[in-house]
Unconditional design. Sequence first.
Length: 572
Amino acid sequence: MIEAISPGTVVYDDDEAYEEALDEHTALLTEPDYPSLYRRLSRRSDADYLPQDDDDVEHVRRESLGGVRKSAWASLSVLLLGVFVANADASLVLATYGKVSSEFHDLESGSWLVSAYALAQCAVQPLYGKLSDIYGRKPAIVVAYVLFAIGTAGAGLGRSLWEVVMWRAVQGAGGAGMASMVSIIITDIVPMQEVAVMRSYVNISATTGRSCGGVLGGVLTQAFGWRWAFLAQVPPTLIAIAMVVWTLHIPTRDPAAASQSKWAKLRRIDFAGAFFLSTTVVAACLILDLGGDKLSWTSKWMYVLAGTTFVSAIAFTVSATYVQEPIFPLRLLQESAVVVNYAILTLLIMTQMSLVLSVPLYFQTTANASTGQAGAHLIPAFVGNTLGGLIAGHSIKYTGRFKPSTVAGPIISLLCMVLLLFTWQGHTSIVGSLAIFPGGFANGMIASSTFVGLAAGVDDHDVAIAASGMYMFSNIGLIAAVSAGSAAFQTTLRSSLSSTFNDVKGGKEIIQQALKDIGYVQDSTGRIRELLIPCYVDAFHSVNLFSIVCASTALGFAVISKGGKLPKPEKH
């Protein structure tokens, strides 16, 4: 009945024999404590989910050996260029948006160059998962690359600030798919235990891009002007598109869907749900982005945004309840693996990003560091992020357990924030600045472990949608971190300055200058500087406290998360 044709390869004469063999392995390899959590691991091998014809043998062979095929690594290498470019763009814009807005004589609106990208990314992020299920992974990621290329070129050629902002939104719509589709594709082409390792290499590419983007953007802007900081991204993006089109080969997951007509596929798209979900996300993100900084919390526009969020959320809920294939099924939010892993990752991102945004300000004020020098103090966090992802990935691969990394991440992050709270007191040495390394390390661990926990805990056909949702919540967490961290910093700084300089001659003017210009703090001397620095340290510590709350909450979710051991494919 079963004929061995080569070492490590088994061919089954009929489906009945295959199911019998599968059941034998399942009884030996599945942990009895968590049978439902890993139901998709065995179902990945069901005949309904396998590619047809000769691909069946290769699919079974890949799962049984538990290794990553050469084609999987080839596919990953094709996608890493896009990951690098998308992440380089993020830090590149942070380094250049001041120049862009200044050229159009509208410095105050320059932050929209960052916000437009983030908002568009959040709005379309959950759409990629469902659309890739309908049209296929490859078309979805090609569309993402094309949107990014068009948006990048448009931004470089923009004739006004708001035209550049519009093209940045197009860029964000593409960047959303460039990020999430890579992780979705990884779950399609490798066994579950290899997912974390593969994602760790994606994380390296992303971290390298973020690290290099600011430097490259600054050099290009200084040498050729800000437009070339955008236009220079177009050639590598076009190369990435060509590589994906000609060299990326992804097995068809659903042959029946692949044979559907264009109109049949179009009818499967939940347009109403997509509109209401995107509106809800954008309105909510605008509240986080504008509230307390650009607009008063009691402004009529904040009430309009709050009302829009509420109404569109209700409309989406109704739509998702009745349509046959909702763009994001609400039943996923009833799965503990989804809710818990979403929460852990989002909270850890808020923990780390609120810190990352305040660290440069800390060194610029306390050590009179230049912008470049202050940014260099973030390198330990970037390195930690890379190492954390690699170590967690290989740990999951060889032990089959992801919960240890999920619990360890918040603990390490929490200890890092407490360490900074007590050691960064305004006179931080180079050695002392390495204290942010554990925070980055923790985030790298969590990025790997929570994704595996999510993918292992949902049905096979829900992985793409759930992964897109995870990226959406991550981006919302990023925006929330910027808003909450900035609010904590500014509120504490204003309060500390007021209490410190109330009785000082010219104190009101000192407070105004210190709140709006870091250069004023850097140029101050003597007694004034001695009074200013503790105010900024207090403001930084308020961000620490916010991070401690986020990390502690993430730890609570991590402790209650499901664990167990991933079934380890047998090697012959």
